[in-house]
Each structure stands twice: as C-alpha cells, then as structure tokens.
Design a protein around this ligand. Structure first.
Ligand SMILES: [Zn+2]
Length: 203
C-alpha cells in the first residue's frame, strides 16, 4: 500500500522485524494523516538503517554540532538515517529507539507536506515531532515568553520538554491534516500558536 511513499533501506544490516511492524503501523498512520499519499509520487519517505561505523561517517558530513553528534542515533535531511538497533540494544529499550525513529520520520513528512524550511520553524517541527511520537517529558521548570520560544528555540535548555508540552496542546486543537492546511497562511497560524502557547503554560 505504501510502496511509493515508504522505503526502508537496511544497507548492511539484517531486517528488524519490530522496527518494520512499528513503521507499518505508526508511521503509516502519520503518512496518511499528513496527506502524503495525495502528493506526487516523488514525495517519498526514505529510511536508512546503518551500521554504527557507516552512521558515524554520514553524521560527520552534516552540520550538526559535535555535542549533538556524540549522543545522536538518528538524524534527518532528505531521508532519515539511523543506527541499527543491534548496536544500541545494551543502552536503550527498543520502545525509545522506535520513538526516536518515528520522530525523525515526522520531520520529513512535515516538510514534504508543508514545504516550510525546518530552520525557519524549528520550534514547530520539534513540537509536532515530540508530541506525535509520544516522547513524554516532565513539564519544563522555566518557560520563556513566546517570542523567545520561536526566535531562539535551539538555545533553550529545556526546549524538548517545552516542545512536547506545547505540541501536545497544539495537536489537541488541530489534526496533522489541519496543520498542513493552516501552514499555508503561516503568519496567521503562528498567531494562533502564540495563543495556544500562552494558554498551555498559564495553567
Ligand atoms: Zn527533532
């Protein structure tokens, strides 16, 4: 059913049944809700599963900072690149691994569906991905004003906790399909988000 939008390339790694069925279930649902099957056939989600060594080679060619690279097990550009779980089994439960991969897939789907450059709205990308992938985090102790959240997202220490909390409220207001539509008028959607952000953290 998803042959034209959904490609997993295991490269040198043996297929992982748990990952495969998780993506078939959860990511397929994300694909539908973002409306990707309605887009032209070149709008594909590609996922590369790599050995530790090949992942390290790839990540060195990105502009991710050294501190991010150190703990990174997956990243996305025009495809999702991730370390095969066999290299991580001792350090994290498979559930966390699956959530991280789903998070990266959501970044790609959001970009395919909205065409908003991720660097222009990292606050929105991270909020949607953290919330939709279910990466629950404790409520942040310090909440910056809206302006700081959207203009300086990457330097906020508790940015992922903020993103999870705000994203969860945002997705109660709008479905993924609705979010794609609203992003067409990004200025007014951003105003709407500001209100949701202030309501989320005033309680
Ligand atoms: Zn992310």
């Amino acid at each position: 059913m998803f042959d034209h939008v959904f490609l997993i390339d295991y490269q040198d790694c043996p297929p992982n049944e748990k990952l495969h069925s998780f993506l078939q279930k959860e990511t397929s649902q994300d694909i539908i809700e973002f409306g990707i099957p309605d887009l032209p056939a070149q709008y594909q989600l590609k996922i590369e599963i790599l050995t530790y060594k090949r992942f390290q080679q790839g990540i060195h060619e990105t502009n991710l900072s050294a501190s991010v690279r150190q703990h990174c097990i997956a990243y996305s550009d025009n495809a999702v690149h991730c370390i095969d779980y066999s290299f991580l089994a001792d350090s994290m439960p498979i559930e966390n691994y699956l959530m991280i991969i789903r998070h990266e897939c959501i970044h790609i789907l959001q970009h395919l569906a909205t065409r908003i450059p991720p660097q222009l709205a990292s606050w929105l990308y991270e909020s949607v991905a953290c919330a939709r992938a279910g990466q629950k985090m404790p409520r942040p102790a310090k909440v910056p004003p809206w302006h700081g959240f959207v203009t300086d997202f990457s330097s906020i220490p508790e940015r992922y906790a903020l993103a999870y909390e705000f994203g969860t409220c945002l997705l109660k207001h709008v479905s993924l399909g609705e979010l794609v539509k609203r992003c067409k008028d990004f200025v007014s959607f951003k105003d709407e988000c500001e209100k949701i952000y202030n309501d989320t953290f005033s309680q």
